[in-house]
Design a protein around this ligand. Structure first.
Ligand code: IPE
Ligand code: IPE
Ligand code: MG
Length: 246
């Protein structure tokens, strides 16, 4: 793991983009506090950062982008903040679907989305359906997402199949688990970025991040820019990934 303090700007041609990038978008609250603003102002600025980042990833040739937008644990925040976040998400989906169509971005959600308020879920389903045939980049929004919960859900689905006689217990292997996660069919993220300096995973993609390179930035999420993304990608490209071998 390393912290990036200085940037080495890089153009596309210099590095091949990671196929799948995952981002823990952290620091909206602190960004707002620093400016004497309410936390929700930070979340609003964070949403704008999402828009920029999706576009930048698409331009780099990234095929999958997974953004941690709302964790299982975030339900424990004050009701007013949860409510404001859900409203912001609804508005974001409503406003950005057109842009996702223009950018050829397919939206997907991972997490226990059945826990979202009905109105939010409806807007989410509509955006997913509208963008389902887009091919440039798949944007996974992690909503009501927890890595442990995901593994529990996969375990339940696998156990159900064993019980019904659809699956032989002796054939269960890594691929079986992978294929029952919310991200089934997608490659694992090869790069994880976390903003605002915390050195933890916060229950994000616990299975899928086994071999991801990790870049931690001190910047708050609303300040994350295209040059931060290219710097993180450059950093990733410069690392030797050994996967346990020599
Ligand atoms: C990340 O920013 C956004 C969500 C978790 C929804 P935070 O809200 O965690 O901001 P900080 O970490 O309190 O600054
Ligand atoms: C992780 O950030 C969740 C999201 C970015 C959605 P948190 O701010 O919720 O995580 P902790 O509390 O720092 O672990
Ligand atoms: Mg936080």
């Amino acid at each position: 793991m390393s912290k990036l303090h200085e940037h080495t700007p890089l153009t596309h041609s210099e590095a091949s983009a990671p196929e799948h990038i995952a981002i823990i978008m952290d620091g909206n609250g602190r960004w707002a506090k620093q400016r004497g603003l309410p936390r929700i102002a930070g979340h609003r600025a964070g949403a704008e950062s999402v828009r920029r980042t999706v576009e930048a990833c698409k331009n780099l040739g990234v095929k999958f982008l997974t953004l941690y937008a709302f964790s299982s644990e975030n339900w424990n925040r004050p009701e007013s903040e949860v409510k404001a976040l859900m409203q912001l998400l609804e508005r974001f989906l409503k406003e950005k679907t057109k842009e996702m169509m223009k950018q050829n971005v397919r939206l997907n959600a991972i997490g226990r989305t059945d826990m979202l308020p009905a109105k939010t879920r409806k807007q989410l389903e509509l955006a997913i359906e509208t963008t389902q045939n887009n091919t440039a980049l798949t944007l996974n929004l992690a909503l009501s997402y927890g890595g442990r919960e995901e593994i529990v859900d996969a375990t339940r689905a696998i156990a159900e199949k064993v019980k019904n006689g659809e699956l032989d217990i002796n054939t269960i292997d890594n691929d079986t688990v992978t294929n029952h996660l919310y991200t089934a069919g997608q490659p694992d993220p090869c790069l994880l970025i976390r903003t605002s300096g915390e050195l933890r995973l916060s229950n994000f993609l616990l299975w899928q991040l086994s071999y991801a390179e990790i870049v931690i930035l001190d910047k708050f999420w609303p300040d994350f820019s295209e040059s931060d993304l290219t710097a993180a990608v450059a950093h990733f490209s410069g690392r030797q990934r050994r996967f346990g071998a020599l």
